[in-house]
Ligand binder design. Structure first.
Ligand code: A2P
Length: 427
């Protein structure tokens, strides 16, 4: 009688090139540097990935959460992955590894056993919550959040929207060119919730002849439209003129968007996002912390609550908003016009001539007593959006305030994550 042949099977982590919007979040998040990219695709090194799952919750589209069972010796190389326009299908003759939460290949019998074991393990069945110590924000939405629609439109099948408004938000005297852009979907369904994002497909091709992939923007308008009752959304877009190293560059999509005229038609995919969502119970409090264009979701939530306030919402809104100067702060005028008893607004400017540098964290420290009051309340939901660098500082100051007011931060932080009450979106 023949003994079964043993082969090593790997549950290989892959990124779906059709959904990925190349935002770099996964590469920044990966604690073991298993993710890399070229000008086309984001890919995962099979021999480095340890399936810790740290990259999965922050991915705005879900492209990251793809897995294929492969023979370890035949794992897809990163060069193969760079060449993909779509993911390969699961080879049904390769069985599932016994312990798929670790990429260390497990052993299974080839042949009939493997065939039977296959089929049960295909996409996205990773254990929720694994690697939670590496995940800094919630991976679940608030309990009272509305159900979001996601990925109604994809790179392969986008929809279109017409530009119905494009206004500069920042003072003409400043270098920072931030626009408020309103897109109308006409009769096409495009339901969004505050906190979700959409992808814009810029026209044209990159230097290597490929069509541009989508760029992601947070929606700045509430669920019932930039104008209530209209099928439109607004975006807050900063014209990119420098890369991360400070060298001059023209951001492909931001320049395209900022230059759009009324009546122009854009290709749109999405919506994306199913956790960075606002609570819907009327006594929920929103603690919002943002910089620059990170104000988009805060504007959406604030405006939704402003409209709803008329219908009896009683929860508090507290905002910390950072910008270089008042002239560079998007929505400064409208924000200042909101009633003080509706939203507690705290601005922090870092480059006002003659004034010391001030970040949102500094403003939070000054308001520690009121922030602590909110931290103590189980109805408080915290949102952080904007510069990556701010994330550490904000978590640090939340911890300091909690500890100084008799709350054990580590336990509170875990609870906030578990209860979908701490949401981070930084870039
Ligand atoms: P800075 O003057 O140091 O750049 P931007 O205009 O680049 O979008 O930035 C928005 C605001 O966020 C600016 O005031 C910027 O200050 C500030 N900022 C930069 N780094 C941090 C950080 N680590 N924490 C909080 N705010 C920051």
């Amino acid at each position: 009688m023949n003994a079964p042949v043993s082969v090593e099977i790997l549950r290989q982590h892959l990124i779906d090139p059709e959904i990925c919007i190349r935002c770099n979040t996964c590469e920044e998040t990966c604690p073991v540097d298993a993710i890399t990219h070229d000008g086309v695709n984001y890919v995962v090194k099979a021999d480095v990935c340890n399936a810790c799952m740290a990259c999965v919750p922050p991915c705005p589209t879900g492209a990251i959460d793809n897995w294929r069972n492969v023979l370890k010796a035949e794992a897809y190389s990163i060069d193969e992955q760079f060449g993909w326009d779509e993911l390969p299908t699961q080879n049904p003759t390769v069985g599932a590894p016994a312990a798929y939460a670790t990429p260390a290949a497990s052993t299974a019998s080839a042949g009939v056993d493997a065939l039977q074991a296959a089929a049960t393990q295909i996409d996205g069945d990773a254990a929720p919550g694994s690697g939670s110590d590496l995940v800094r924000g919630a991976t679940v939405p608030p309990w009272s959040a509305a159900r979001p629609y996601v990925q109604l439109y994809t790179h392969k099948a986008p929809t279109t929207a017409t530009v119905v408004g494009n206004y500069r938000l920042t003072d003409a005297s400043t270098e920072s060119d931030i626009h408020h852009i309103v897109l109308d979907f006409g009769t096409m369904p495009f339901p969004v919730l505050e906190g979700q994002s959409i992808g814009i497909l810029p026209p044209g091709k990159s230097a290597d002849g490929r069509t541009h992939h989508a760029r992601q923007y947070s929606v700045a308008s509430p669920r019932d439209g930039e104008r209530p009752g209209y099928n439109n959304v607004s975006l807050t877009v900063k014209r990119v003129t420098r890369d991360y190293s400070g060298n001059a560059t023209d951001g492909v999509c931001s320049n395209y968007l900022c230059d759009l005229k009324k009546g122009d038609v854009v290709s749109v995919i999405g919506p994306f996002g199913n956790t960075f969502l606002m609570p819907n119970h009327p006594n929920s409090h929103l603690l919002m912390i943002c910089t620059g264009t990170g104000s988009a979701p805060m504007r959406a939530m604030t405006e939704y609550r402003r409209r709803r306030r008329l219908k009896g919402a009683t929860g508090k809104l507290m905002l910390f908003f950072g910008a270089r100067t008042q002239q560079e702060l998007p929505y400064f005028g409208p924000l200042m016009n909101l009633p003080k008893d509706f939203i507690d607004t705290n601005l922090a400017f870092s480059r006002t001539p003659g004034q010391p540098k001030r970040y949102v964290q500094d403003a939070m420290r000054e308001r520690a007593v009121d922030v602590a009051q909110l931290l103590k309340d189980g109805n408080t939901h915290i949102y952080v959006c904007g510069l990556k660098g701010m994330e550490d500082g904000v978590l640090q100051v939340l911890g300091e305030i909690a500890q100084a007011h008799g709350m054990a931060w580590d336990a509170l932080w875990e609870r906030l994550k578990r209860e979908g009450r701490l949401h981070l979106e930084t870039y």
